[in-house]
Design a binder for this molecule. Sequence first.
Ligand code: ACO
Length: 328
Amino acid sequence: MGIRIKGTGRCIPEKILTNEDLEKMVDTSDEWIVTRTGIKERHIAEAEQSSSDLGAQAALNALENAGLTADQIDLIIVSTVTPDHAFPSVSALIQKKIGAGKCPCFDIEAACSGLLYALNTAYGMMASPLAYKRVLVVAAEKMTSLVDWQDRSTCVLFGDAAAAVVLENDGDPNTPDFYIAGEVAADGSVSDILIVPAGGSRTPASAETVANKQHYIQMGGPKTFQLAVTSMVSACRNVLEKSGVSPDEIVWAIPHQANRRIIDAVAGKLGIPEKVYLNVDRYGNTSSASIGICLDELNREGKIKKGDLILTASFGAGLTWAALLIRW
Ligand code: ACO
């Protein structure tokens, strides 16, 4: 059909928080964090920077990479778990910030799987009779707005960032689509293992919810770890089977960058450890932005060439998970 990735971008906040910095804030150590997670440092947004600020920068960066201007975009989809407000959507704010026209905009909330959910949705909307031609997909996350800096079990894990992908249908039937096969899934029966309990309609914000720290991430770490591995392995296997592509043909495997040990376990089970792209050491878990940052780094460093097959996989709160096999 001719739907391809035309450009990628990212926005990484300047400020770096190292493991040594965290040693001064909570009872932890560089050795514990590196051994258990592989993370050495993460980037932290300024107080006045919101998800839409990060997302708009990543979007402009991706548009430049695509050689397009914002007014040429006819749909914007944003993945985020840290919207600027309950409403309006971050996508509407980004539309205004980048100077796009009055195209439709909506947000997707699928936690760390959000970028793959958004790419899946975008592809469906481009390939269907809706026939959107140029779609901007952004993943924008200010995870530190949900972090309790006194909780060592979560504060060492997360960082802030945004990434963007521009998709274009060039209308040439000889251009193969970027989308080869995908699986997106969720299991709401385990929604309580990763949760921000208050601030929504279930438990609106109050002095009590603030005092009880209910606006911060609460996580069952070991259970999340186990489900992350099983869900990503099964989604990758299903996608490879559906597409008839063998693991040998994959050029890069890009897993969600949450924890080095999760990534190693998944790559080991799939038998492709040498194909894995890693940057969790530099950014920590940036939720749905993480796979987009990897794609943009590989793209800008010239490490992927036209036609390369890239296997992406993610998991996140919900629990959600997804795998997409992409042709560059
Ligand atoms: N520094 C030092 N010690 C720590 C720290 C820390 N930062 N954090 C926890 N510990 C301690 C615990 O208190 C515990 O001590 P205890 O045995 O005395 O009780 C010990 O370390 C072991 O804790 P575990 O939780 O069992 O450690 P584990 O090896 O499972 O690693 C981790 C914890 C890194 C969180 C791991 O479980 C993990 O990565 N889980 C997946 C998390 C994840 O990927 N979440 C993604 C969510 S993102 C989203 O969807 C929004």
